[in-house]
Design a protein around this ligand. Structure first.
Ligand SMILES: [Zn+2]
Length: 465
């Protein structure tokens, strides 16, 4: 039984009798499987525009700069000669500007440049430049919400300090850079209520410097970054054991930015599997079921692979929701290696090992996720699960998604042992719901839904005593 506005079953029955049967007059929780994110024809049409051929051209162009090592040349001569990270930076910028021209100047192309002081992998103070394009949301209130896709355009070979030798970086991370570019190209033809940022960063291989600077800037300027999709090594390396139908999605468990109090609550009541980043990963799985993108997200419930890190962590550290996409199986002969053949093994990160169709499928999954979130209302705010009394039903309260009229809400739940949401109950445009389900036995979340069926990220409640 679900009761709205009151915990008293007698008063509730009275209210239901008075109100008559309506959308909120359900008497027991639905056992239906959680509905997927609704497919939107505008998004499907945009996904059909994603081009493997264009992605191939963009990755080959990035490789043509010889090296994109963060500490490689970036003076005007090297830019003119088309070699080094400066030339790559200028080309990415011009590419975003070209897309913007095609949509009547809808993209704001920007630079986040700063001087990184000398460090382990940075012999002397170095100028690092992130390049990004902003597709501003359509109404002032919703435009404050930001969803973001990123890849790193810097590359490296066997030696992180080799500024001269080739470092093609076709897969790592020409592929992720190509995903940001292609998402910008196809999504800039649509208008969304929230803002989308298409980001390419440098400094990843020297110590996540670019993403770290960008995430700190977003935190300091109080940006409402709702989701970050980091694509790093999504080339689908053509090794024999590759599974071209799967892309891994890594998400942190205990949030890097959790306070002591939050860690204590997780220790006592669970929630180690319910970070905001993990809700984003589950959302991506739903998007993967709603749209036929040709690649299936495989959720990996850990921050990253062994011995490796990535730019999503810079965002996690600042308290933002962020996940990492990486191909199913990596070939370590083709990453961070000088191009050479040794004992019959080919080393180096060359375009010939990249499956451009696979990158296009991953780009479609990213574009579908960005678009679904940017069309959707904001998640409910200040969601609480009332725990003042010992009782066997569960009451949730929340605040309305800002600026959205006609937004309705859905309560989701699952067994504590289940990886994904299992059940959904529509509760209408209310700010409080009681379910005849024990909070001790399940995990709850609430999401906002607009009239067209666009669903927000689910929010997980904090207990209120
Ligand atoms: Zn990388």
């Amino acid at each position: 039984m679900i009761s709205l506005l009151t915990k008293s079953p007698w008063l509730m029955i009275l209210l239901l009798v008075l109100a008559g049967p309506g959308p909120s007059a359900q008497t027991k929780p639905s056992t239906a499987r959680a509905e997927p994110v609704a497919a939107d024809e505008r998004i499907s049409a945009a996904l059909r525009q994603v081009s493997a051929e264009r992605i191939r051209a963009n990755i080959e162009k990035l490789v043509s700069f010889g090296t994109r090592l963060t500490i490689s040349a970036q003076d005007s001569n090297s830019v003119a000669a088309g070699r080094g990270i400066g030339a790559a930076r200028e080309w990415i910028k011009s590419e975003f500007e070209r897309y913007s021209k095609d949509c009547g100047g809808c993209l704001e192309v920007k630079i986040d440049g700063f001087t990184e002081p000398a460090a382990d992998r940075i012999p002397e103070a170095t100028e690092i430049t992130n390049v990004y394009a902003v597709l501003k949301g359509t109404d002032a209130e919703s435009a404050k919400r930001i969803v973001l896709v990123t890849g790193h355009y810097d590359s490296r070979n066997s030696d992180t300090l080799d500024v001269e030798g080739d470092a093609p970086g076709a897969n790592d991370d020409g592929s992720g850079t190509a995903v940001s570019l292609e998402c910008a190209r196809v999504l800039s033809k649509l208008k969304f209520r929230a803002t989308i940022i298409f980001l390419t960063v440098a400094g990843e291989e020297q110590g996540l410097n670019g993403s770290s600077h960008f995430a700190k800037m977003a935190k300091e300027q109080e940006w409402d970054v709702e989701a970050v999709l980091n694509n790093d090594i999504v080339g689908g390396d053509k090794s024999a054991e590759q599974d071209h139908s799967v892309v891994r999605v890594f998400s942190e468990g205990l949030p890097a930015a959790a306070t002591e109090q939050e860690i204590r609550r997780i220790r006592g009541l669970g929630g180690e599997n319910d970070s905001a980043s993990r809700q984003l990963a589950r959302y991506i799985a739903e998007v993967g079921r709603a749209y036929d993108v040709g690649v299936k997200p495989m959720l990996v419930f850990r921050l990253d692979r062994y011995l490796r890190g990535g730019d999503h962590y810079s965002f996690n550290q600042q308290g933002f929701t962020a996940v990492r996409f990486t191909e199913f199986r990596e070939d370590f002969h083709h990453q961070h290696q000088n191009v050479r053949t040794e004992n019959g093994i080919e080393y180096g990160d060359l375009p010939k090992f990249v499956d451009f169709d696979y990158v296009a499928r991953v780009a479609r999954l990213n574009a579908a996720t960005l678009a679904s979130l940017a069309f959707a209302p904001a998640p409910p705010a200040n969601l609480h699960l009332l725990t003042k009394d010992l009782e066997n039903d569960s009451t949730l309260t929340w605040e309305a998604s800002p600026g959205d009229q006609g937004t309705e809400y859905e309560v989701l739940w699952r067994a504590t042992t289940s990886p994904e949401w299992e059940h959904v109950q529509k509760v209408g445009s209310v700010l409080r719901a009681t379910l005849k389900l024990s909070k001790d036995n399940v995990i709850f979340a609430v999401r906002a839904v607009d009239a067209s069926g666009h669903r927000s990220l689910p929010a997980v409640p904090i207990p209120e005593r």
